[in-house]
Design a protein around this ligand. Structure first.
Ligand code: AMP
Ligand code: MG
Length: 409
């Protein structure tokens, strides 16, 4: 029997041993949300593309002049055709190109016009700097982004702001890592799909729906594998078939040591089992391995164990396959104070379902009432998982590592 592995060791090895899927797809802007870049993207146009005005006001030539003759008007979208000579000015608007010869832009609030609106002088309100600074209120060409420099890095997940940035650069599509196809199975003779009558002794299957929803929210292509019976041969066949059609298999149940638990055996017969059994609570029997190129994650059947092991172990590995960088795939961790105490200690690392509360001295965590690994009702409204290291007695106010459940905010 293999030893109980430490969570952090397991997480690091999962992050290292799962690589982005090979190949790349050009994805149009409208479909890029949540996708992951397969290659670095470079700046293809300087930003700003030309020197332009940061304000509505007047472009002037000669900062030391007493007044300036207004000789032209330039709006955003216009071209600045005439150069300014010292003592001349151009009425100008935010984003409009500044004409050659411009030494500064005066904001319109600091300018007085003569009766014919032809000559301007500089007026400064109390508290403002009286001198015209060379180049003030001018956005210089390429001051933000210069052609040829990096724009977005490989492994970056595309956010709405990143879609905006690609658009600024004129990109209509971007090269992305293929989305992993994940087949999701439940396993157990007791399971009945929701919507059907429930015979005595049976329960409704909840893991398949929950895991599929989490995968979909993270941008994976989900294939419904159905419910596997507690029997070796059909399980073996179903795993082999799914391995041929998908990049990963995610199943739950049937991975303990009971004689009705066939998933590990099936995996060993058709592929290879890399690791099973972690020193964590809940989720000790979690198992992973591969069937050919298809990566396999076998989560424990109790719904909360499934939820916790998915978020803390399987999802980071799957995100690596989706192309997400190691840093971004690692579950987000912040520090918070315990808002409770508990004298009981456990030899396994625990992930308690907690609520994050805002307080004057930072975040505090309070545990949900129902902490059983079978009690999904105690996990539904949790906003984070709090990590309790092995053998730790919790005293109110001690610092704990906390993993926010991002979809709960
Ligand atoms: P197992 O790991 O198969 O022994 O399952 C552990 C517990 O989780 C048992 O009480 C199962 O009935 C329950 N369970 C397993 N799979 C599911 C599922 N898909 N939905 C709800 N409960 C499940
Ligand atoms: Mg079972």
């Amino acid at each position: 029997m293999s030893e109980l592995l430490d969570y952090h060791f397991a997480l690091n090895s999962l992050l290292e041993t799962h690589q982005p899927l090979e190949g790349e797809e050009e994805v149009a802007l409208a479909r890029l949300g949540g996708r992951v870049l397969a290659r670095d993207i470079l700046v293809q146009h300087d930003v700003p593309a030309f020197d332009n005005s940061a304000m509505d006001g007047y472009a002037i030539s000669g900062n030391e002049c007493d007044s300036w003759q207004v000789v032209q008007r330039i709006a955003a979208g216009d071209q600045a055709e005439l150069a300014l000579l010292p003592g001349q000015a151009a009425r100008i608007f935010t984003g409009a190109p500044i004409p050659a010869g411009t030494t500064a832009v005066l904001i319109q609030e600091n300018v007085t016009l003569d009766a014919e609106r032809k000559v301007i002088t500089h007026t400064v309100s109390a508290g403002e700097a009286p001198n015209v600074k060379d180049g003030q209120n001018i956005r210089r060409q390429a001051e933000e982004l210069r052609r040829g420099e990096p724009l977005l890095a490989r492994g970056q997940r595309i956010t709405p702001a990143a879609i905006g940035l690609l658009s600024i650069q004129g990109y209509a599509h971007a090269p992305c890592v293929p989305q992993p196809r994940v087949t999701v199975f439940s396993s157990g003779n007791e399971l009945v799909p929701p919507g059907q009558p429930l015979p005595p002794g049976k329960i409704y299957d909840s893991n398949r729906q929950m895991l599929s929803a989490m995968l979909q929210a993270e941008g994976f292509i989900v294939i419904d594998g159905g419910i596997l019976p507690d029997s070796l041969e059909p399980t073996r066949q179903a795993l082999e078939k799914a391995a041929a059609e998908s990049d990963a298999i995610l199943c739950s149940g049937g991975v303990s040591v009971g004689e009705e638990d066939h998933l590990k055996n099936a995996l060993q017969q058709v592929g290879e089992l890399t690791q099973w059994r972690l020193a964590i609570k809940p989720g000790k029997p979690i198992t992973w391995g591969r069937i050919g190129a298809c990566r396999v994650f076998m989560l424990p059947g109790n719904p909360v164990s499934s939820l916790v092991t998915f978020r803390q172990l399987a999802l980071p590995a799957l995100q690596r396959m989706a192309g997400v960088s190691v840093e971004q795939a690692r579950p987000w961790k912040l520090m918070a104070r315990a808002g409770f105490s508990r004298s009981k200690v456990d030899s396994r690392r625990e992930f308690l379902r907690v609520v994050l509360e805002n307080s004057a001295d930072g975040f505090r965590v309070k545990p949900m009432a129902m902490q059983g690994s079978n009690m999904l009702s105690g996990a539904v409204f949790a906003t984070a998982l709090a990590e309790i290291p092995p053998g730790t007695k919790i005293e109110e106010g001690i610092e704990l590592a906390v993993y926010p459940l991002a979809d709960r905010f």
